[in-house]
Design a protein around this ligand. Structure first.
Ligand SMILES: NC(=O)c1ccc[n+]([C@@H]2O[C@H](COP(=O)([O-])OP(=O)(O)OC[C@H]3O[C@@H](n4cnc5c(N)ncnc54)[C@H](OP(=O)(O)O)[C@@H]3O)[C@@H](O)[C@H]2O)c1
Length: 319
C-alpha cells in the first residue's frame, strides 16, 4: 500500500485538490466485485474514485465507502468521488434527478465532481438508458449540453457537488461551453494513452486551466466494447516494456506514470486486488522528459472507446 498522504494532489482551477491517481469503475460488476475493488483500493491508499450513473454499480461502491468510513479507514472529507450525469437526464429538470439518484446510491451528501458524460443527449426517459428506435439506432434528443451544464452549475449552488466538468468534449465544444459557463469546468475526462495523445486538446485545456483526466490509460484491454483484435497491444509495446525493465516496474505502472508525468489525472480500472495495489505504486521513480516524449511519439490515433453507436448524433465529438 501507499500512504494516501504521499500521493500527489492536483490543484483544480477552483482551488480544490484531487489525488492524481483514482480508481476507475466502468465494467466493474456489482456482484461483489466492485465492492471488493473499492475496499481494496481504499486499503491500498487510493482516495479518488471515478464512478458514473451508467456503470450501474454505484450502490455497491456506496456500500464500500460507507463500510470503510464506519471502520475508520478514512473520513468522507479524505475522499474525492466523481460521477457522471447520463445522457437520458440532460434536460434541466432531469439533471438534478440523476444527481440525486447518484448521491443516494453512493450514500453521499455531496459529490466532489460531476461531469456531463458526453456532449450529446439521448431521448429523455426513465425506462431505457440506451433508447433505440425501430431501426435499432440510438434515439437522440436535441436538448443542448449547455442546458445540462447550466443545471450542473445550479447543483454547485445547491451544495450537492463541489466541482463540475465534462467528458469526451472536443475543442470546439469546450470553446462553446467556456463562452457561457458561469462556473468553469475543472476537467475534461477523455481517452488518453501513448497511442492516443490528443496534443491539440491537451494544449487547449492547458491554456484554459482545465486539467485532462486520462481514461482507458492502459488502452482498455479487457473491455467487450473494445473491438480491436489486439486489445493488449499497448501493454505489450516494446517502448513500454523497455522502460518497465529499466525501472523494475510493470507495463501498467509505466502507462499510469506517463499520465502523471504529462500533468494529467489518471483513473486506471481494475477489480484485481494485486493490480489495484500496483497501479498506485508509481511514486518511487520518475520518467525523464525524453522518456515521456518517447512514449508520446507512439501516438497513432488509436481510440478504444469511440462509442460508435452514437456517431449519427449531432455533437458526436470524434467526427
Ligand atoms: N468518461 C468516459 O466516457 C469513460 C470511458 C471509459 C472509461 N472511463 C473511466 O476510466 C476508467 C479506466 O478506463 P477503462 O476501464 O476503459 O480501461 P483501463 O483502465 O485502460 O483498463 C482496464 C482493464 O485493464 C486491466 N488492468 C488493470 N490494471 C492492469 C495492469 N496493471 N496490467 C494489466 N492489465 C490491467 C483490467 O483488468 P481487471 O479489472 O480484470 O484487473 C481491465 O480489464 C474506467 O473504469 C472509467 O472509470 C470513462
Amino acid at each position: 500500500m501507499v500512504d494516501p498522504k504521499s500521493v500527489p494532489r492536483y490543484t483544480l482551477n477552483n482551488g480544490k485538490t484531487v489525488p492524481v491517481v483514482g480508481l476507475g469503475t466502468w465494467q466493474s460488476a456489482p456482484d461483489g466485485s466492485v465492492y471488493r475493488a473499492v475496499r481494496a483500493a481504499l486499503e491500498a491508499g487510493y482516495r479518488h474514485l471515478d464512478c458514473a450513473f451508467i456503470y450501474q454499480n454505484e450502490e455497491e461502491i456506496g456500500n464500500a465507502i460507507a463500510d470503510s468510513i464506519k471502520e475508520g479507514v478514512l473520513k468522507r472529507e479524505d475522499l474525492f468521488v466523481t460521477s457522471k450525469i447520463w445522457l437520458t437526464y440532460y434536460r434541466k429538470d432531469r439533471v438534478p434527478l440523476c444527481a440525486k439518484k447518484i448521491l443516494s446510491a453512493l450514500k453521499l451528501e455531496y459529490a466532489d465532481l460531476l461531469l456531463l458524460h458526453w456532449p450529446f443527449a439521448f431521448q429523455q426517459q426513465d425506462e431505457n438508458l440506451f433508447p433505440t428506435g425501430a431501426d435499432g439506432k440510438i434515439v437522440g434528443d436535441d436538448v443542448d449540453y449547455l442546458e445540462a451544464y447550466k443545471a450542473l452549475e445550479d447543483l454547485v449552488d445547491a451544495g450537492l457537488v463541489r466541482s463540475i466538468g465534462v467528458s469526451n468534449f472536443n475543442v470546439e465544444q469546450l470553446k462553446r461551453l467556456l463562452a457561457v459557463a458561469r462556473i468553469k469546468p475543472v476537467t475534461n475526462q477523455v481517452e488518453l494513452h501513448p497511442y492516443l495523445v490528443q496534443a491539440e486538446l491537451k494544449k487547449y485545456c492547458n491554456d484554459n486551466g482545465i486539467v485532462l483526466t486520462a481514461y482507458s490509460p492502459l488502452g482498455n484491454p479487457g473491455s467487450a466494447v473494445n473491438s480491436a483484435s489486439d486489445k493488449d497491444k499497448l501493454l505489450k509495446d516494446p517502448v513500454v516494456g523497455k522502460l518497465a525493465t529499466k525501472y523494475g516496474k510493470n507495463a501498467g505502472q509505466i502507462l499510469i506514470k506517463y499520465q502523471v508525468a504529462s500533468g494529467n489525472l489518471v483513473i486506471p480500472k481494475s477489480v484485481t486486488k494485486e493490480r489495484i495495489a500496483s497501479n498506485i505504486q508509481i511514486f518511487d521513480f520518475e520518467l525523464t522528459k525524453e522518456e515521456v516524449a518517447e512514449l508520446a511519439a507512439l501516438d497513432r490515433n488509436y481510440r478504444s472507446c469511440g462509442f460508435e453507436m452514437t456517431s449519427h448524433l449531432k455533437n458526436y465529438p470524434f467526427a
